[in-house]
Design a protein around this ligand. Sequence first.
Ligand SMILES: [Zn+2]
Length: 229
Amino acid sequence: MADDQIYDLAPEEPKRPSPTYAPIKPSGLDAGKPMPCPHCGYDLRGTPGQPCPECGNKVSQTRIRAERERLERKFHQQAWFPSVLTIAIGIAAIILASGYAGSSTGGGAAGATGYILYWMISLAISVVVGWVVYPVLAFLWIGWSSSIPTTALQLAGAYAGATATLAVLELTGLPIIPLLTSTAVLIGLLCKLMDVDQNDAVALAVISWGIKWMIAIFVLNAIIQSGGI
Ligand SMILES: [Zn+2]
């Protein structure tokens, strides 16, 4: 009795003394891909087959494939969802901040539209600069961790969050602080959304934000001088 209870506490131990394993034969399409056990997630590659040596449950190639596809879908959703959410919140914050800036300067709806246009151009420039700078840094030392569309979305999310922070903090009229805070937000979002380490995020943020502001000042001045805003 006491011995049985000890074995209950050690799930790694096979329950039966010597199970007979049947090899799982992956079809050509599945060769080399992960083979997660549908019951416990244990990767069955390199194991004698079924039942699962980890949990002892019977598994089949069909259920392994279904489990792998479920995990892949989940992974891809997790990779892009936080970025899309950050972009949506960022744009909403930019619109609200622009509306407030437009009404507080007495410009009304036209003033608000001008601010929205200003921040959207600013955001678009950041995203394009990020899309150019990141592959260069990734090639030099950071390395790629996601697919190209996911990486593009993650960069857009980080810049949307940083631009929205700047748009909101600019309403305070304080010097320097909005720029410093938005740079910190950019570094934080790059770490969180892209899973790059902090030094890489700082390098990416400082280089891209620097290039962005040089371009933005040039482009926005040109637009303002031509009477566009
Ligand atoms: Zn298992």
